[in-house]
Write a protein that binds this ligand. Structure first.
Ligand SMILES: NC(=O)c1ccc[n+]([C@@H]2O[C@H](COP(=O)([O-])OP(=O)(O)OC[C@H]3O[C@@H](n4cnc5c(N)ncnc54)[C@H](OP(=O)(O)O)[C@@H]3O)[C@@H](O)[C@H]2O)c1
Length: 219
């Protein structure tokens, strides 16, 4: 058993989730932001990689609609989350979980726990990364049934490679960046026939943005 995973992010029309300098605010318009917060409030937990915390310092709370905050989870192998990070110090409940390697510095672990963080230790695989399926099973064992994956590029790729994304809700903004951070890092797909297919896409307009929802079909 693992949680149902919804991948949700905002990209420019040319597939960037941040500019070359790492800035991503704001790709999408206010209407899409409201819809994203609605989606957050419908999930048990929300997950980002440490790269996103370092780049954006997001709160990951529900603010633009009324609704419960999901549990916030940061995939942070070496516990690099700053002690001043919004996900730790903004006072929102429930407290944030940090997923790290057992070798992460004990002093760091202690300092983060002092701020209320829950530290979840996961084994690393041969590539010194977390295998996503076991990580999701761990989350399920803690009662998490639905997970919203918000980024960034490398964590999204890890989850897609592990076939762990069930559906997508992608905001496509009418903006172009050329250079920038691609929405999805390398998936190891080199030929069109192996492209991941999105099933039964539903496209709606959200302010000036396009909102695309679909389920992911794995070969
Ligand atoms: N537009 C949007 O909707 C949106 C949403 C989110 C983020 N962003 C943008 O995305 C950018 C960040 O993306 P990113 O790719 O640099 O960072 P990221 O995906 O947020 O985090 C990457 C880090 O997460 C950890 N990680 C990811 N997969 C892992 C795995 N399988 N096992 C262990 N650790 C794993 C690694 O940390 P360690 O290196 O410490 O091991 C990795 O370096 C930012 O510029 C942000 O603005 C945009």
């Amino acid at each position: 058993m693992r949680p149902v995973v919804t991948l949700a992010y905002a990209q420019t029309l040319d597939g960037r989730i941040a500019a070359a300098d790492g800035t991503s605010r704001w790709i999408s318009g206010p209407e899409s932001l409201v819809r994203t917060h609605q989606l957050r409030s419908q999930h048990d937990a929300i997950m980002v990689g440490i790269g996103t915390v370092l780049a954006d310092n997001p709160s990951l709370t529900v603010r633009h609609v009324h609704g419960p905050n999901p549990l916030r989870i940061v995939v942070d192998r070496n516990l690099r989350t700053p002690l001043s990070a919004a996900v730790l110090v903004d006072g929102a409940a429930p407290h944030t979980w940090l997923v790290c390697d057992a070798q992460a510095a004990p002093a760091r672990r202690h300092a983060l726990q002092e701020l209320g963080a829950t530290i979840i230790t996961q084994p690393l695989n041969d590539e010194s990364t977390f295998a996503m399926q076991p990580l999701l099973h761990t989350l399920a064992s803690h009662g998490i049934r639905t997970l919203m994956l918000e980024g960034g590029s490398r964590l999204i790729a890890s989850m897609l490679r592990a076939r762990c994304v069930d559906r997508v809700a992608i905001t496509i903004a009418p903006k172009l960046l050329g250079q920038g951070i691609p929405a999805i890092a390398d998936l190891g797909i080199t030929t069109m026939g192996n492209a991941l297919c999105l099933h039964e896409p539903r496209v709606t307009q959200c302010g000036d943005d396009i909102w695309l929802e679909a389920t992911v079909r794995y070969a």
